[in-house]
Design a protein around this ligand. Structure first.
Ligand code: SF4
Length: 260
């Protein structure tokens, strides 16, 4: 138990006056350990995050596709999608302070910055990270899985929310209360691995009227699972109010290349 957690109240010690407790507590806490040597006070540390990498490339998805962008990739994810191409984010990473990450990202001189992962919102400090980037004038994108609450994400951030169809194996993780928190400039993405995924995504768009709620609804094929032209045909056949997209970096760079 830490000192902050240690809270004595008269009701916990019936019959003892509070003044007695205030004397006893220090005696107990120092018993058997010498006082710490005096020294300079530790420098204050800001919030930190577990960082995988920061790099500059072009945006591969969303309505920002093709635009130069700095990517801040954070470690850790609460999901395990069957087709995940970012498994290297699940473990490892380097602890970095938020302010240092902001400086590194802005040093590229590119005004568009995406915070991605893994799942960035498993880190509480992702919120101040995005706020500081916004405060410094960046246009900030957040790529999030749809399984974490977006309620605290700064309003200036463009949220790209990735709801998970059944073939991902993570359908149950979708947090549908996020729909109410989406802004008109946000985007919703469905990564589709089969005809079943397509129909499920189509039905969720209609059920939540997503096309009327956000700036774009994106349908993207799982690379190697659904033929892009098949998905295009399904969208056109059903006259869906969605935008087809390819994960552009999969076309431009070899599949396993990092930092692209
Ligand atoms: S949410 Fe993203 S990073 Fe996490 S398992 Fe799914 S695809 Fe991978």
């Amino acid at each position: 138990m830490s000192a902050e957690q240690c809270s004595f109240t008269p009701s916990m010690y019936p019959g003892r006056a509070p003044s007695t407790l205030s004397v006893i507590a220090p005696l107990v806490s120092f018993a058997g350990s010498p006082p710490a040597p005096a020294g300079p006070p530790a420098a204050p540390r800001g919030p930190s995050l577990r960082l995988i990498e920061i790099y500059a490339s072009v945006q591969g998805e969303s309505t920002f596709v093709g635009v130069p962008c700095v990517f801040i990739r954070l470690a850790g994810c609460n999901l395990r999608c069957t087709w995940c191409d970012s498994t290297f984010t699940f473990t490892g990473g380097e602890h970095r302070e938020v302010d240092a990450i902001v400086e590194d990202a802005l040093s590229f001189g590119i005004p568009l910055v995406e915070v991605t992962g893994g799942e960035p919102l498993v880190h509480r400090s992702a919120i101040p990270l995005m706020q500081k980037l916004v405060d410094r004038g960046a246009t900030v994108l957040l790529e999030t899985s749809g399984s974490r609450d977006i309620g605290e994400v700064p309003q200036a951030v463009h949220v790209i929310l990735d709801f998970k169809p059944p073939d991902s194996g993570e359908e149950r993780a979708n947090l549908w209360s996020n729909v109410e928190k989406l802004k008109t400039k946000d985007e919703v993405k469905f990564v589709i691995g089969s005809r079943r995924d397509f129909e499920w995504s189509r039905d969720r768009v209609a059920e939540h009227r997503l096309d009327q709620r956000v700036g774009a609804v994106l349908f993207s094929p799982v690379w190697g699972k659904v033929e892009p032209k098949a998905l295009v045909q399904w969208i056109v056949d059903e006259r869906l109010p969605v935008r087809f997209q390819l994960q552009m970096h999969k076309v431009v760079w070899p599949q396993d290349e990092r930092g692209v």
